[in-house]
Design a protein around this ligand. Sequence first.
Ligand code: MG
Length: 452
Amino acid sequence: MDSDDHKPQRLFGTSGIRGKIGYAITSELALKMGRALSTLLGPGCRVVVGYDSRTTNQMLEKALSAGILEGGCDVLLLGLAPTPLVGYATKKMGADAGVMITASHNPPQDNGLKVWNSNGMAYRPHQEKALEEIIFKEKFSLAPWDSIGEVKDIKNISQRYINDLIDFVKLEPGLKVVVDCANGAASYISPFLLRKAGCDVITLNSQPDGFFPGRMPEPSAANLQDLMKMVKATHADIGIAHDGDADRMVAVDENGEFADFDKLLSLMASEIGGCVVTTVDASSSIDMALKGKGNVIRTKVGDVHVAYAIAKYKASFGGEPSGTWIHPDFCMCPDGILSALKLIALVKNKGPLSKLLNDIPSFPTMREVINCQESQKNKIMKKTREEFPHLFSDVCESNLKDGVRLSLENGSWVLIRPSGTESYIRITLGGKTSAEAQKIMDKSKNFLGDLL
Ligand code: MG
């Protein structure tokens, strides 16, 4: 342990608890999380536990499970499983909660814990705070020796998940698909599911391996060069890639080109139509693509906010530009495997993918970060809320849910938002043209520069 391993005020970030093994994440923390969860739920409850392919997963699974059992709850062991399977199993088994052990797209040295409700929706901030309070105050309620929980194996449920997904999407067979599982949690699911659904499947990085020897688990264009080349070389119709825990999906078109995150989200949103939820950092292309087909609701960044807004507004679909999409008709948990199946079905019916994406309005995106001390963030954001909208004469919508997001009349947009984890203020924007994007970036940087 080093000196910065002091007791933090918050354990949970925007997507569960994540951090370095041996520092923020230890078996001791997992044990406490297990005890806290069973304390919160009460004795006799059942908790699904799954993990991705990381080298530290079994260590955390054993410690977490010990804490859950000690509180008098049962553990339903899923073993190696993508995050969406944890959400699905929690709902299908009628369990009281689920825990996924994963650090998602983070590097191999990291791990984390994310908690799920009985309906497959991620724990909301107030639920996470309740767990934190029990952990910080060590107010664990432990069961007596004769009421300790039991462990049950539910690994077989993965077959039911695969069959349910195939029934749900009803894909016409015949497409050639290259799938890259990042040596992560989807390795034993996605390739088999796609083959069973009638695709001609070529796999990349589809043996679980916590060292991530094929590529890092973040599904960025830079990390997916092999997938892009493989799609082209094999004349495949589409390439699919997941992050480490497969709640996300990104795609490569039939020419081997990486599909723009925002355009892919807009394409799926316009195909589904109706009320669609996304986050403040999503481009205006989703609003344009949905014109005449539905409406867009924007929430704070983070899949739990998307999930909650879907439930609140009874939306038909929701997603973040990162590729974390929620299909509420199936489950409230983001599902990169279902997203892949739906996208492949769309390409089969109306493709090719490059043409479908070409029809989506494009807003060249720019991103920059400005250094800003933690202590200054509140003051800077207050000034930004008050003064920044006045720099533009054509603001048609101002959204203050998470930073300041302005939509301009021609569809250009800009978001100024403090980073939750680093000493930055982020500027994210999209312009009607590249020249306009540059102009908005200059204006935003000058504005923040003057404040700092
Ligand atoms: Mg993930």
